[in-house]
Structure formats: C-alpha cells, structure tokens
Write a protein that binds this ligand. Structure first.
Ligand code: NCD
Length: 360
C-alpha cells in the first residue's frame, strides 16, 4: 500500500505531476466532483489545526467523498489511554484513507505500520509535514514559474518547525538551490536535516541577520516560534519575537521576492505586510486544498500497488528505544523500535520513525 509519511516518499517527477494535477483541479474543479465518490477519509488530529484538517476535509468533499474523524483527543478513546496503533487498527476498518496529526516525532510511520488503508502524515511532532510541503511547492511553482535556481531564506524556528524540515528535504532535490538559514543559535536546524542538505551538495549559509539576508532572497519563508515544543519556557520568552517582518523591512527586499508562511502566524509578520503584493501566504494556504485533492486521488488510485513501508535493512531492536525523547517509541512502548544502519562506513544509524541519528 502507498502511504505518505515523509516527502521523500514521493519522487520529484511525482511531485511535479501532482502540482500539475492540482493546477488543473483549480482551473476545472467540476471535472473532479465525483472522483472519490463513496470513499471515506478519516482525519485523526491529536494536535490543534485549522488549515490542514479543514483543507483535507474540503479536498475529500470536493472529490465527492466523505469525511469522519476527531479534532480533539478529549472526545475520543485516546483520553481513556488507547494506544495510537490500536486506534489506527480500528479506524482503518471504518475509512478508506487516514490523515493523522500527532505531537510525537515518528507517529505517522508507527500508525502506518498497523493500518490497512493509506496513511497520510499531517504533521508528526517537530519531525515532518509533507502535505504542507506539497502546498508550499505548489505555491512556489505558481508564483515563480520554476523550481530551480532559487535563493530561499528560511527564517525563525528552524529547530522545531516541521514544515521547514520537510520543505528543505524536498527543495534540495531541485537543481541550483541556495538556502539561507536565518535563526538564533537556540533555534538552528537540527543536525540530521543539515547533514541531509550537505549530502545533497546544495549551497547552505547560516546567519542570525534577517536584514542582511533580505536583499538576496527570491523567497522568504517565515515561521512561527513553536511554543508548544519548548521544554524551557524561559528560553521561549527569550526568542519568541526574534524576527518580525514589517513594511520597513520589506523595503530591503527585492520587488519580486515572495513571502511565504505556513500559518498560523503570531507576531512574526506584521498585518501591515498583508497588502504588499509579495505577501503570498494566503494564496499559499489556498493551494493546500487543491494539492491535497491531487494527493488523495493519487493514493486512492495506487491503493493496491505494493509499496515497502519499512526501509530496507531495518534492524528491529528488542530491548531499546530511540534516544530522542520526543520520538513516538518513547511514549508508546508497544511501538517496536527499529533503526536503519548507515549506508556507508562512518554514516550514523537512524531511527526509522523520527530520522534522528543514533549511536549503536
Ligand atoms: C504548521 C504546522 O502545524 O506545523 N501549520 C500548518 O500546518 N499550516 C506550522 C505551525 O503550526 O507553525
């Protein structure tokens, strides 16, 4: 079965085809009104959401399908202590596809391992958010007309921002990209994502200075400081307003720069920037509905194709857990821990759920 757990589960060709399909769906929605008739999508949201859950539901309804699920774990058996994998086993008997959001890194793969229907990761902890990335790529293709040779500034919470991790993992497969990572020291990109960028051989610069980076950018990707992922609230207070985009700052940027944000925003973009034609974040959110329509249709069409879920060479550990305190294996001990040994000598082994490097 085909799932979408990380953005690397899709080839560049598949992503490009899906963007073309989403554009066609945007132009001719009536041609797709019954493409998923009688099919059901379950949305299991263990964390708050507005755009992701509603755009999934809107996408399925726009394809003539139906939706069920929960957006508040307090109203589900999770509040009685039911495990993630038990819930997914049950729901995969009630729905034809599942979109899941969960606060733990790696939860989407743990869910997919027990599901009888395709699972889509709608955000797992600070790990990945592949459907936001498809949304972002659709917007970039529409605004820039190309997916290569772009200078992209990623600004804000690069440590916990899962949309940043997935977008970098996707964009580094397109040629000639230059990434400028703009963050305070406490919010720098995690090592495993940086290593992946370095392995791709793309140009990567790190800085704390947004003003200096601005004139160079084709795209500025702003992010919210992820308050809910901080264990040290004093640290959150220190960094929470580290970057605020204002009309004055926008004067330093190129006239054709595109400002993106996965939303919700808190303080990081002044509402006074919204009327600037370069502010693309509301257009970006709208792309989410159509690219999720394209994804649902693709996974429905490929439901019966065999597709390996566990990476080749996975080693199942009998008596140990992933050392990442936020990994799903730390919260749910019935999820069996597995790691993928490094491909080459000197490469680190990685947890199959959250991708963290581990010493074996
Ligand atoms: C993002 C998320 O949930 O990771 N929101 C979204 O899905 N559009 C970004 C965020 O919450 O900051």
């Amino acid at each position: 079965m085909r799932h979408l757990i990380e953005i690397q589960d899709l080839s560049v060709k598949e992503i490009d085809e899906m963007i073309a399909l989403a554009n066609d769906m945007m132009a001719h929605p009536d041609q797709y009104w019954d493409a998923c008739a009688h099919q059901k999508l379950a949305t299991l949201f263990y964390e708050p959401s507005t755009r992701t859950r509603l755009s999934f539901e809107s996408a399925m309804l726009s394809l003539g399908g139906q939706v069920l699920g929960f957006s508040d774990v307090g109203s589900s058996s999770v509040s009685k202590g039911e495990s993630l994998q038990d819930t997914v086993r049950i729901v995969s008997g009630y729905a034809d596809m599942i979109a899941i959001r969960h606060p733990r890194d790696g939860a989407a793969l743990a869910a997919a391992l027990k599901s009888r229907v395709p699972v889509i990761n709608a955000g797992d902890g600070g790990h990945d958010h592949p459907t936001q990335t498809l949304t972002d790529l659709t917007l970039i293709a529409r605004e820039k007309g190309k997916m290569s040779g772009l200078t992209i500034g990623m600004c804000g919470d690069l440590r916990y921002g899962r949309t940043v991790h997935s977008l970098l993992e996707a964009m580094c497969r397109y040629p000639g990209m230059r990434f400028i990572l703009i963050a305070p020291d406490a919010l720098r990109l995690p090592g495993y994502v940086r290593e992946m960028l370095e392995m791709c051989g793309q140009s990567v610069q790190e800085t704390e200075d947004l003003d200096a980076a601005l004139p160079e950018l084709d795209i500025l990707y702003m992010t919210r400081i992820q308050r809910e992922r901080f264990t040290d609230m004093a640290m959150y207070e220190q960094v929470k307003d580290c970057y605020i985009l204002t009309p004055e700052r926008m004067q330093r940027a190129r006239r054709d720069m595109t400002v993106m944000h996965p939303l919700p925003r808190v303080n990081e973009i002044s509402p006074l920037v919204d009327d600037d034609p370069r502010a693309a974040y509301f257009r970006q959110a709208e792309c989410g509905r159509y690219i999720r329509m394209a994804l649902i249709l693709k996974l429905m069409q490929e439901r019966d194709k065999a597709h390996g879920l566990v990476p080749a060479g996975t080693v199942w550990a009998e008596h140990s857990l992933c050392p990442n305190a936020r990994c799903i294996t730390q919260a749910e001990h019935s999820v069996r821990w597995g790691y993928r040994p490094g491909a080459h000598q000197g490469d680190r082994a990685r947890c199959i759920y959250c991708g963290r490097g581990v010493s074996i």
